[in-house]
Design a protein around this ligand. Structure first.
Ligand code: ATP
Ligand code: MG
Length: 149
């Protein structure tokens, strides 16, 4: 069903801001002429919450997290970017495997299931997920979906 991705994303941002660390700022921005999308709202919400939770968990206090949505005639794009611990290159190819955790997580808790679930939800929505990451610099995840008429 159709919904307004800006209103939807602003609500998520507000909720996630409440569970962020001290002085972690989540900055949401939308670009594109329209704001109406036709996607599974609960799958998309769950995927975004998973990615923002990771961004919060794997970055420090006094950092910012960028959350962007974009609508073009062909695509809906969602991007979540942090300035956190990053993911070592040799771990990146395993990232979507169930129970996989990178080697630089130290004492940060987790089960390694979040991204596996995200990737399955994105597939159910006919979308794609891509990421880039550099250790001690940060990580960004980009989701893209065909724009339904
Ligand atoms: P949970 O099941 O609670 O989400 P998790 O966060 O460990 O546990 P995933 O969300 O699946 O599991 O992430 C898998 C691994 O990928 C993490 O353990 C971490 O090593 C790495 N990772 C994921 N997102 C980030 C990020 N934004 N910055 C740095 N590392 C990340
Ligand atoms: Mg996680």
């Amino acid at each position: 069903t159709e919904f307004d991705i800006v209103k939807f994303s602003e609500e998520i941002t507000e909720d996630m801001q409440l569970i962020s660390k001290q002085n972690q700022q989540i900055i949401y921005q939308h670009t594109g002429t329209s704001a109406t999308v036709n996607l599974d709202q609960s799958l998309l919400r769950n995927a975004i919450i998973n990615l923002i939770s990771n961004a919060i968990k794997y970055s420090g206090e006094n950092t910012f997290i960028e959350f962007n949505t974009e609508i073009t005639p062909a695509l809906v794009t969602v991007c979540i970017k942090d300035n956190g611990i990053g993911i070592p290159k040799e771990d990146q190819k395993h990232l979507f495997e169930a129970f996989f955790r990178a080697h630089n997580t130290g004492t940060i808790p987790g089960t390694g299931l979040g991204l596996n679930i995200v990737s399955r939800y994105i597939k159910l929505m006919d979308g794609q997920v891509k990421f880039t990451s550099n250790v001690n610099q940060g990580t960004s995840f980009t989701l893209s979906f065909p724009k339904q008429p």
